[in-house]
Design a protein around this ligand. Structure first.
Ligand SMILES: NC(=O)c1ccc[n+]([C@@H]2O[C@H](COP(=O)([O-])OP(=O)(O)OC[C@H]3O[C@@H](n4cnc5c(N)ncnc54)[C@H](O)[C@@H]3O)[C@@H](O)[C@H]2O)c1
Ligand SMILES: [Fe+2]
Length: 387
């Protein structure tokens, strides 16, 4: 028996190596009547020249582009609000997120906030709280990680350290364009961290407690296959086109999976690490991943065993044995990428773990999806294991 379910994703996905070089033409074909485009990115990407071919083609096809490059990692609220004001004064008719998850998340909110005054950002946090229509929205990732190009989620840092999500169908883009050429130069540490973030999306979608569904399952399995086979090749040789294409497609599949079968305790425990210590999102996930899986193992072993069949195809034995093999394989992969493996390696002190555990408890939107209930004491035990 299949439970009733709902599955939403972008209506159009273009997967094309080199698509950025003909971005103006691609957008002209889909949005013939529009002219004023707001490109949302970060300062590093803008200055790096990576976006130049895309910007040149936009101009060649009559787009009047305003580049907003103030996005920073784990974007705080004020960045969203200032960028919205700029998009408004430029008279933006369409918004393009062109960068990592941070840029795409800000682009979503600009598209929702810029065309109206009825609803404030502060009223949008939570699930299905957005009541307004947005501007046309296109997303083009430069990391193979967040899957934000296909999700209904935008993550904002509110106040000093808390990460809050706006989750609403209006945030799903009209068009997502995957051009793996944009990811060729992604440094190895960022390749590893963002790739592990994508793997976590697939793993947590597959074990999600309430909205797990057959379409998300299929996407999560395919995502994990692509990601687990190509993460190390992409880290070893950033110019490996095949590995980069597989990673980008895998990250998008994982995004489609968790957009409809949401992530859980790995993300809930990762957010305080990013919020308080400014550790990149993917790395925050990697630091707690094996420890959360061990914590969940007695509740989720059958599902983890199915994932082990994908990630460690030779694993045999009971569901518990396969779960163990999965966790060990993930730990080996994290070690092989040489990103930090312990909380103490990223500047966290043991005295900080208590605050992290109490902050993690605030991520109720995520914790409800975990296959096993997580108490504050449980979260603290996981952080201690990861320390
Ligand atoms: N909306 C969602 O569904 C969702 C899901 C997971 C995470 N997130 C959020 O996304 C953000 C993280 O996004 P991210 O991991 O993609 O990182 P990011 O967007 O914060 O970028 C990290 C760094 O990588 C650089 N970079 C990006 N692409 C590059 C490239 N091709 N070459 C060289 N450098 C490049 C950027 O300039 C930046 O300095 C966090 O705020 C996180 O909370 C959102
Ligand atoms: Fe994530």
């Amino acid at each position: 028996m299949t439970h009733a379910f709902r599955f939403q994703t972008v209506p159009t996905l273009i997967v094309e190596f080199g698509a950025a070089r003909r971005l103006g033409a691609l957008l002209r074909a889909q949005f013939p009547a529009l002219e004023r485009l707001c490109v949302v990115t970060d300062g590093f990407l803008h200055k790096s020249g990576l976006l130049d071919p895309a910007l040149a083609d936009l101009e060649a096809h009559g787009w009047n582009a305003t580049v907003i490059d103030d996005v920073i990692a784990d974007p705080p609220e004020h960045v969203v609000l200032e960028a919205t004001a700029r998009a408004r004064s430029a008279g933006a008719e369409i918004v393009l997120g062109l960068g990592g998850g941070s840029s795409m998340d800000v682009a979503k909110l600009i598209a929702a906030l810029a065309p109206q005054q009825q609803q404030q950002l502060s009223e949008m946090y939570g699930v299905n709280k957005v009541t307004v229509q947005r501007l046309p929205l296109v997303q083009m990732p430069t990391t193979a990680g967040t899957g934000s190009e296909v999700t209904a989620v935008s993550i904002v840092t509110v106040g000093e350290a808390s990460k809050m999500g706006v989750v609403a169908p209006q945030l799903i883009a009209d068009l997502a364009i995957l051009d793996a050429e944009l990811t060729l130069g992604l440094p190895v540490a960022a390749t590893a961290a963002t790739g592990i973030d994508a793997m976590v999306h697939a793993i947590e979608a597959y074990t999600s407690a309430h909205l797990k569904n057959p379409v998300s399952d299929m996407l999560a399995i395919k995502a994990l296959e692509l990601l687990s086979r190509n993460l190390l090749p992409a880290c070893e040789d950033g110019n490996n086109r095949e590995a980069r294409e597989a990673m980008l497609l895998g990250a998008t599949f994982a995004g489609q999976a968790f957009a409809n079968s949401p992530v859980a305790a790995v993300h809930a425990l990762a957010y305080p690490i990013g919020g308080i210590y400014h550790v990149p999102h993917g790395l925050s996930n990697a630091l707690v991943l094996p420890h959360v899986l061990r914590f969940n193992a007695d509740s989720a072993a059958d599902l983890y065993a199915e994932l082990a069949d994908v990630v460690v195809p030779g694993a045999t034995g009971s569901a518990e044995d396969k779960t163990q093999a999965l966790i060990e394989k993930l730990e080996q992969m994290i070690a092989a990428t040489a990103i930090p493996a312990r909380l103490r390696d990223v500047g966290i002190e043991r005295e900080g773990l208590g605050r992290m555990a109490s902050d993690a408890m605030l991520q109720t939107r995520l914790l409800v999806n975990n296959p096993k209930p997580v108490s504050e004491a449980g979260a603290l035990a996981i952080y201690n294991a990861a320390f």
